[in-house]
Design a protein around this ligand. Structure first.
Ligand code: C2E
Ligand code: CA
Ligand code: CA
Length: 539
């Protein structure tokens, strides 16, 4: 924990600056950057700290403006750059796999014409591959003139550095500046959202994220403190998170531990250029499109298909989509994940054929496919989804689709069950004069055999059993309570029950039996019922 002690005033800071560099009072802490949908580390930012031996920790917000004002910042920044390189060298020497680290560049560093050459010299001295270093510049760097920043950017790119635009969206010229400046990564600060995800802040972020998509640039959301914020960012397509939600800036040793412990992955752009979609409206959380998407349509998703990689990637889903798929999943379980998970070859082919049809027809097409879904709470399940899909955008080998989904598993299962029942019961029971059914304890659902359906006109699935068969008179009123009680006993685990019950209005005596099936924990699962005609007894 960093605890702020006495704040130093400007002359004190300036006075001990040299010592602070020499004795390591100025050092770096590291804040990991995480892919919110995979939990892997994509990088870290080095943040400057100053711990005075007597006054204690000084915060960058206080001392950085002082260093800038006194033209000392470039030395402090170079010091941090060197600290990072030294750290990475140490790791590499110990065979530890390292992650790219971003170093902040003050806008005043831009004025220092040698700055890029100086960091290059440091990098070479420690022999760090350039892909492990990123530089963060701020929009305000452009204020000193576009030519200067453009030149520095070109120099950095010539040497192979990744350049990040820090605090994007804080200035006025945000949306224009991106077109002019060739940055590789964009960092958005959650502070600009100011707590109201649906409000004005959301609109700004929405349009920024949309804009950056068009420019094919990865986005990192900074200052993310809550799961809600992270999930919101993910739902707008921004999956990289740097903030207290995951990690506060960490001292070097702690950061080293995390770097070793977590899997690493590279930053990748959100999406390629899409021609036809009015993305601006779509990603804007206040737009009618978003409102409709979330509230007025059924389960819906936006996803891309890449012809080269054959990747199917879900960019956005609404709440009802998550519900349709069931299994208590969250949007976060779905977005960014490989959408082919759970598809077998046959169903994958079928789905691809559907996509091909809609691309060719330019119209909405429908298909039904099965997939396996998994969730921590419910385990594995196989579901059937009916998809209405339409292509809404295209860029080279990339296709953007809009899909409406309906979970039709229950429907399908009843049909399957019927076919199965028919085959299973038909032969065995037809001659034996046995009526059979299956009763599911938890759901109070009854599935009758084919013969029950035929002779008694029962539907393939009866809910709230046994009420409907009492109501329709198959079980007569004077036996109703006894029969209800049987089901209570089954629920309590009674293994078998039997008795003679006169069935139907004709009061034909039947020997009715139940046998209980339990799950591996001994809990009642299903009961198998049968009714055999009693031939030699009259009631
Ligand atoms: P920045 O570059 O935007 O750095 C992000 C700041 O947000 C850091 O503050 C970080 O500790 C803080 N932060 C991270 N996650 C969260 C969160 O979830 N919630 C909140 N409320 N804050 C979070 P820090 O370290 O105090 O740095 C402040 C600023 O000082 C930096 O903002 C940057 O502009 C400047 N700075 C820091 N280190 C350097 C450096 O080495 N060189 C230069 N030139 N400037 C630096
Ligand atoms: Ca920064
Ligand atoms: Ca920032």
């Amino acid at each position: 924990m960093e605890d702020l002690t006495n704040r130093m005033i400007e002359p004190e800071l300036v006075g001990c600056f040299e010592d602070a560099l020499t004795f390591g009072h100025i050092y770096a802490v590291y804040q990991p950057q995480i892919n919110h949908s995979t939990g892997r580390m994509v990088g870290a930012e080095a943040l400057m700290r100053w711990k005075h031996p007597i006054y204690g920790i000084q915060m960058p917000g206080d001392f950085i403006p002082v260093l800038e004002k006194n033209n000392l910042i470039y030395r402090a920044d170079l010091h941090i750059f060197e600290t990072v390189c030294r750290f990475q060298r140490k790791c590499l020497d110990e065979g530890i796999s390292i992650i790219p680290i971003s170093v902040n560049m003050s806008r005043y560093d831009i004025y220092n014409t040698n700055y890029v050459e100086e960091i290059e010299a440091i990098r070479k001295k420690y022999d760090i591959p350039v892909k492990f270093l990123r530089l963060e510049i701020t929009e305000s760097s452009a204020i000193g003139g576009r030519e200067l920043i453009t030149k520095v950017l070109r120099q950095l790119h010539d040497h192979g550095y990744t350049v990040e635009m820090d605090d994007f969206g804080s200035g006025y010229s945000s949306l224009n500046i991106l077109k002019d400046l060739d940055v590789d990564v964009i960092k958005l600060d959650m502070a600009f959202l100011a707590g109201d995800i649906g409000g004005r802040g959301g609109t700004i972020l929405g349009s920024i994220v949309q804009m950056t998509k068009w420019l094919n640039t990865p986005v990192i959301a900074e200052g993310v403190e809550t799961m809600e914020q992270a999930d919101y960012m993910l739902s707008t397509g921004c999956k990289y998170i740097q903030g207290y939600l995951y990690y506060k800036p960490l001292p070097e040793e702690e950061f080293l531990e995390k770097m070793i412990q977590l899997d690493h992955e590279p930053l990748t752009p959100g999406m390629h250029l899409i021609k036809t979609l009015d993305a601006g409206k779509f990603w804007d959380p206040n737009s009618m499109e978003t409102l409709i998407f979330n509230n007025f349509v059924g389960g819906a998703a936006i996803f891309t298909y890449d012809e080269d990689s054959k990747e199917l990637k879900i960019l956005r889903v609404n709440r009802k989509y998550v519900k349709e798929l069931g299994m208590n999943m969250s949007e976060h379980d779905i977005i960014g994940k490989d959408a082919w998970t759970g598809f077998d070859e046959k169903n994958k082919e079928k789905y691809l054929a559907l996509l091909k049809r809609t691309v060719e027809s330019g119209d909405e097409e429908m298909g039904e496919t099965w997939r396996t879904v998994y969730s921590d709470c419910c385990g594995e399940d196989r579901i059937c989804i009916r998809t209405y899909v339409r292509e809404i955008g295209e860029a080279e080998k990339q296709h953007l689709f809009y899909a409406m989904v309906h979970n039709i598993t229950a429907e399908k299962k009843i049909h399957e069950q019927m076919a199965e029942d028919e085959a299973r019961y038909k032969f065995a029971f037809e001659q034996a004069n046995v009526y059979a059914w299956e009763y599911t304890i938890a759901t109070k659902e009854m599935r009758p055999c084919f013969r029950c359906m035929r002779d008694l006109g029962l539907p393939p699935l009866i809910k709230n059993y046994p009420e409907p068969v009492i109501e329709n008179g198959v079980f007569p009123p004077d036996y109703a309570d006894q029969y209800r009680d049987w089901h209570k006993q089954l629920e309590q685990g009674v293994e078998s029950i039997e008795g003679i019950i006169p069935l139907t209005v004709g009061r034909v005596p039947f020997h009715v039996r139940y046998t209980l099936e339990k799950d591996e924990n001994g809990r009642p699962l299903k009961a198998y019922g049968s009714a055999t005609l009693v031939v030699d007894r009259k009631e």
